[in-house]
Design a protein around this ligand. Structure first.
Ligand code: UT7
Length: 325
């Protein structure tokens, strides 16, 4: 009998400090940076974001999200045999945030590693966990996206600092004889490294180059809408499904205009798209599992429905996962 992987529980966590656009506008004005609620809402759809306290790391946010996903799945942490954390804001250079999280969960012995694919990280991590479950290399996986992007923002650059937030989302993925994940599709094109990056690195006890995020927003926007459509069509073709069968599109939450144009190109109504960018901002690898959990807990996403998760981001990376919940 064929082995599949199924999501059996979802969870998420947002740090308590919430900044509305109005709060951020005031904070930035104190730094001599001019922006407005109108500009942010009109160009991005973002109305608020959450920032973690200075002593809170990605593993702390991940712990809350993972605990909630485990509870929803009715699975004990010690039964997990694979932990994958997608993050571009790890606690340390090494070891992985996944190993730190494993210890914080009070367990040991499972495989644990991080995936670095920036805003596509969760989709990459889910595709890897699915493949490992299908081959029998794992039975019960925790797959998490967790980020503290507030740590790498340049709060003097209004073109980027208004866009991002902190948070974590998690799923428990288990082996099953029923699908589950139907198809996955992952890509990257390294020639676009420079359009979205944190170029700094640690060398000889110093940070060499800037440790802050820099982005050519328009270049990212144009690439994003093209590849999201392509990847959606590719993953649907692999599973022999059509867009009309998709109950919910859960795209990376970067900009409402990217989501609208993706939905339009796929001839899907916005009433089939889960939108949380207004409340979370762009939380990079955490955005898709945060949106998934909000949809599940909000009663929109129901068991058995067909979901398309789509990520796109730095690398350039992109990809999709099509699944039955
Ligand atoms: O997570 C990975 C994926 N990331 C993304 O998908 C991001 C993709 N890109 C975007 O979402 C959009 O390109 C942005 C939201 C980043 C920018 O929107 P845009 O419509 O492309 O604006 P723009 O860069 O063309 O800037 C338009 C104007 C400029 O002024 P001028 O040159 O026309 O006078 C900017 O200086 O808006 C100005 N501007 C701002 N004004 C007020 C840029 N940022 C701000 C700001 N507040 N925060």
């Amino acid at each position: 009998m064929k082995r599949y992987s199924r999501i059996t529980g979802t969870g998420s966590y947002l740090p308590p400090r919430r900044l509305s656009n109005a709060d951020l506008v005031i904070e930035l004005a104190g730094k001599g940076v001019e922006t407005s609620d109108d500009w942010i809402v009109e160009r991005t759809g973002i109305r608020a974001r959450h920032f973690a306290a200075p002593d809170v790391c990605s593993s702390d946010l991940a712990l809350h999200a993972a605990t909630s996903a485990l509870q929803a799945a009715g699975v004990e942490a010690q039964a997990i045999d694979l932990i994958i954390v997608a993050t571009s804001t790890p606690d340390m250079v090494f070891p992985s945030t996944a190993c730190i999280l494993q210890h914080k969960l009070g367990v040991g012995g499972s495989a644990a590693f991080d995936v670095q694919a920036v805003c596509s990280g969760f989709v990459y991590a889910l595709a890897i966990a699915d493949a490992m479950i299908q081959t029998g290399a794992a039975n019960k996986a925790l797959v998490i996206g967790s980020e503290v992007f507030s740590r790498i923002l340049d709060f003097t650059d209004r073109t980027t600092c208004v866009l991002f937030g902190d948070g974590a989302g998690a799923v428990v993925l288990e082996a099953s004889d029923r699908p589950g994940i139907l198809a996955t599709d992952l890509h990257a094109d390294g020639k676009h490294v420079g359009i979205l990056c944190v170029p700094g690195n640690v060398s000889g006890g110093k940070v060499i180059g800037s440790p802050l995020l820099t982005m050519d927003g328009q270049a990212v926007f144009k690439l994003a809408v093209g590849v999201l459509e392509q990847s959606a069509r590719a993953v649907l073709a692999k599973a022999e499904k059509s867009t009309s069968e998709v109950d919910w599109l859960i795209p990376h939450q970067a900009n409402i205009r990217i989501m609208q144009s993706t939905a339009k190109r796929l001839k899907m109504g916005m009433d089939h798209v889960i939108v949380t960018v207004d409340q979370h901002g762009n939380t990079s690898a955490a955005s898709i599992p945060l949106a998934l959990d909000a949809g599940v807990r909000g009663g929109k996403i129901l068991p058995g429905q067909l979901l398309m998760l789509e990520g796109v981001g730095g690398g350039f990376t992109w990809g999709s996962v099509l699944l039955n919940l």
